[in-house]
Write a protein that binds this ligand. Structure first.
Ligand code: HEC
Length: 156
């Protein structure tokens, strides 16, 4: 049995930080949702990169399905970057995050990086054959890397 004193102490600690447990849960859900979006982005790369490298045959249906999956997983994007999900903030530590503080200090830069990715993804989706896919892909790969360089801190 968890002692009531312990629960009381933890609750008091959270209240002292000015956070309700609901706010903590919201921050955690937002961080987890954006990470699920990014995992779907990674899944998209696993479909596309082998085609680019010539290890797999061009497959428009598989490419489109991977984009549809990522777009669905990333649909809530606008709601996932509240200040309470910043690294180092009490609610932001509710779940481990690789987000960098620059997302909030350079929000225009972050929005531009997001826009470049959405645009590049749409161009890949619009490609109709192997040649146009191969022409459109580099901008998408670049958009991932450019945003990560500025706004994501890898764990290692
Ligand atoms: C506009 C910025 C931005 C773009 C564009 C972007 N990412 Fe990310 N990515 C992030 C941030 C920020 C994180 C860390 C999120 C966190 O931990 O809260 C991240 C994390 C990840 C992760 C780790 C997810 C996990 O926690 O398991 C993967 C994988 C990833 N991104 C892949 C991609 C791929 C592939 C693309 C391009 C198709 C991409 N990302 C585009 C910002 C971006």
């Amino acid at each position: 049995m968890v002692s009531k004193t312990f629960v009381g102490l933890v609750t008091a600690g959270v209240i002292a930080l000015g956070l309700s447990s609901a706010a903590m849960a919201d921050a955690k859900a937002a961080i987890e949702a954006r990470q699920a979006c990014m995992k779907a982005n990674g899944g998209m790369m696993k479909v596309m990169v082998p085609i680019i490298k010539g290890q797999k045959a061009y497959d428009k249906a598989a490419i489109d399905a991977s984009i549809a999956h990522a777009q669905k997983a990333c649909g809530g994007w606008a709601d996932w970057w509240g200040a309470d999900t910043m690294p180092g903030t009490p609610a932001g530590t509710a779940a481990k995050t690789e987000a960098k503080a620059e997302i909030w200090s350079d929000s225009a830069g972050f929005a531009a990086a997001g826009k470049a990715y959405v645009t590049a993804e749409a161009a890949v989706l619009a490609s109709t054959d192997e040649a146009s896919f191969k022409a459109a892909f580099p901008a998408l790969g670049k958009a991932c890397g450019a945003c990560h360089e500025k706004f994501r801190q890898s764990e290692n």
